[in-house]
Design a protein around this ligand. Sequence first.
Ligand code: UDP
Length: 454
Amino acid sequence: MATQEQANGRLVLVPGPFQGHLTPMLQLGATLHSRGFPVTVFHTQFNSPDHSAHPDFDFICSNDDVSENDRRSGNLIRLLNKLNSSCEASFQEGLRGYLEKEGQGQGIKGIVFDPIMYFTEAVARRLNIPRFCLITNSATTSLARAILPQLKAEGLIPLPDSIKQDKVPKLHPLRFKDLPVSTVGDISDLLQLIQLAGNMRTSSAIILNSINFLEESSLAQLRETYGVPIFPIGPLHKMGPETTTSLMEEDERCMAWLDKQEDNSVIYISVGSVASMNSKQMEEMAWGLTNSEQPFLWVNRPSASIPGSEWIESSNEEFKNSVKDRGCIVKWAPQRKVLAHRAVGGFWSHCGWNSTLESICEGVPMICQPCFGDQLVNARYVTHEWRVGMEAEGEIERGMVEEAVRRLMAGKEGEEMREKVRELKQGIDASTCEGGSSLESLKELVEFLLLPLL
Ligand code: UDP
């Protein structure tokens, strides 16, 4: 007799190979597995997930030829293009393996892909397998990216200074300067990637790590634009079993340090897995935090391509002596646990989409320091749509850091934002409960995946 899992058919997940992309895809995998779907993860050698953390999943690892130079170059878009070219053959071979084992088309229900892994389209077409797209950033970012090719055609990229402060039509409250024009590669590479990743149109459905009430108007626009079913089922880390997704080892010692701090007293600082501060910015941040007299937990991620990462390691005795026990510095934190800790009262964030959602989910207001890409869009939403954070304006400089931290942690403005973000947290909690929009959407997605689609 067929088991429930065999009856449902296998889902093959193809995550983008960066922390902020891998995490929501693995969370989606855990959620769908808990609802009866067998899961295979096809991934690159570069930033490979830890297989032992997901004993219920099958894994296929592609052969990719990412060199040390590619890793160090910081040009993520070129790196992605290279991965897309090298993955196609091993992906097709891996899928054929399943099809042969499990009978023509019977065994694979579909491919759930990150749009940046655009090589999946050709393979799915050849093997006649439906695809479902998981958008790992916000719905608003997807809309904002989609208008970049048109702006380029009109000669508006690079953005002229004269329009930077103007509002983007239909994308309130974004200004042109908030558009996700990346600096991690050059603009022609970005536009090419947007075009290739625009293959969302050929997918049978779009799944989003978003919540209806947070992005109602953008989700409605997305529905209109793509004309396929859209399932906003976020926040994914609250929708299924807890799952380990970190590419780096989490330093749990900071939790014991947090236990010793007072409620809502600690400012947590992290710029995610890609953005970085240079050594001058690190030094200014360090002295700004010290002068604010607020306890802080600071993630100082080591990386060969990050020029500032050695500053703390070798930082002068004067800084270490003045901080003493008031600061805790780690290389990588268990961020979701940190944000949920009663002692954490604010988050100095680069506003990656996962960090933004994780902060709102725990009712923690933010100081926004967006660096590039979708972080600009998210920061604008945090400060001007949801009003649960303030912008770190201008260059990172010790006086500015001290003032921003005091305003958020001890000022009236910070208190108002804390109240507002707690309201949003309640809204998110409600959306994940019975009858809530995300849970209902997840149930609809499961029903949809059970339909004969091709
Ligand atoms: N993260 C973490 N520990 C850290 C810093 C970040 O676990 O010390 C996690 C964080 O919880 C989030 C992810 O890394 O899930 C970063 O994703 P995000 O979209 O916020 O930013 P990106 O790294 O893609 O810029």
